[in-house]
Design a protein around this ligand. Structure first.
Ligand code: 5GP
Ligand code: MN
Length: 321
């Protein structure tokens, strides 16, 4: 739908609850806080909740303590707004159990299932945060340094520091406006890219030792086991960014990460450097995402799931589809 429909809903609401996906990343938190704080400046009561609450890595974000852990009790608000979340299920078991429809679904994933009553989904945007910045500016919603810093963090992390495809002149213009509004690029980069915990770095070291490289160097994959978490003392979110490391290898076209989850499921992260569509592959396994970044959750025997995905990725590299 158009911005004006969304802006009308936002203007009419006295209170909003903003939610986002499980295992939130910089774009999820930045979008929740950026939109939330802007709406609060506009006089609305805001409630920010997530299945995973706030994680230490993003506690530097302005007003990060405002992101509360969700509960099975549905929050009361005029509007329930989901940001950066491609499917209803990815909002997590609490949100799903509320039995309340999502009023506004604001996202940039092409695979978004349009589960909201109103859906603003623009896959041209490299981040939800940049979409929200455009919405806020066009709607004349209030902005301050906190709003700008939160949204800048979302754009920076989802674009890999303005490196990934999807980063356009408009992205830089939006980022420049955010800096004008008070976002500090060096300070935020230090928090996002130079604040790794020793435990996280140890996990990366162990994971890198598992690396296998196949197909004349075109396919590289990592396995993260529960033992690696135990030995390193790393947190669940500490695998974020690992799979991207594989794309630093010149020959690699597709990178994959296979993470054993505590519930026995296999979490698969897929990344493509350029032309190969890993989003399509993820879709075939019941996952989703974008062309160059996608994910899957596989139940059943993890080893079997892993080799099925690897076989499929080999075909992708061989045939291009
Ligand atoms: P990541 O590998 O960082 O977890 O996810 C990469 C992209 O794939 C994200 O944009 C995310 O939306 C999508 N994604 C990851 N896991 C899943 C999944 O289990 N299901 C779906 N539908 N999308 C996923
Ligand atoms: Mn995003």
């Amino acid at each position: 739908v158009s911005f004006s429909t969304v802006l009308r809903d936002l203007r009419q609401a006295g209170s909003v609850t903003i939610i986002s996906h499980v295992r939130p990343d910089g774009d999820a938190y930045g979008s929740m806080l950026g939109l939330g704080l802007s709406l609060e400046l506009a006089g609305k009561r805001i409630h920010l909740v997530n299945q995973d609450g706030m994680i230490p890595m993003y506690a530097f974000l302005p007003e990060s303590h405002r992101v509360q852990r969700s509960t099975p009790q549905a929050p009361e608000a005029d509007l329930l707004i989901a940001v950066d979340t491609s499917t209803f299920e990815r909002l997590g078991p609490d949100c799903v159990s509320w039995n309340r429809p999502v009023d506004l679904n604001l996202d940039h994933h092409a695979s978004n299932t349009l589960y909201g009553r109103t859906n603003l989904v623009d896959a041209e945007h490299p981040s939800t945060a940049s979409l929200l910045w455009q919405l806020i500016r066009e709607g004349g919603l209030p902005v301050d340094a906190r709003v700008a810093s939160a949204l800048y963090t979302g754009v920076s992390t989802d674009t890999g520091s303005f490196r990934y495809r999807g980063t356009t002149a408009a992205t830089f213009r939006a980022a420049a406006e955010m800096v004008d509004a008070g976002a500090d690029p060096a300070e935020l980069a230090r928090h996002c890219y130079q604040s790794t915990s020793p435990q996280r770095f140890q996990l990366a070291r162990l994971a890198m030792q598992s690396m296998q490289i196949e197909m004349d160097g075109a396919l590289a994959h990592l396995a993260v086991t529960r033992e690696m978490f135990e030995h390193s003392g790393a947190a669940p979110e500490d695998t974020e960014g690992l799979v991207e490391k594989l794309l630093e290898i010149s020959t690699v076209r597709v990178g994959a990460l296979f993470e054993s989850m505590p519930d026995g499921k296999l979490r698969v992260s897929l990344r493509s450097k350029k032309d190969l569509d890993v989003g399509k592959v993820a879709g075939e396994f019941g996952g989703g995402g974008h062309r160059l970044a996608a994910g899957i959750r596989i139940s059943g025997d993890p080893a079997a799931g892993r080799s099925r995905v690897i076989d499929r990725l080999k075909t992708l590299i061989q045939t291009g589809t």
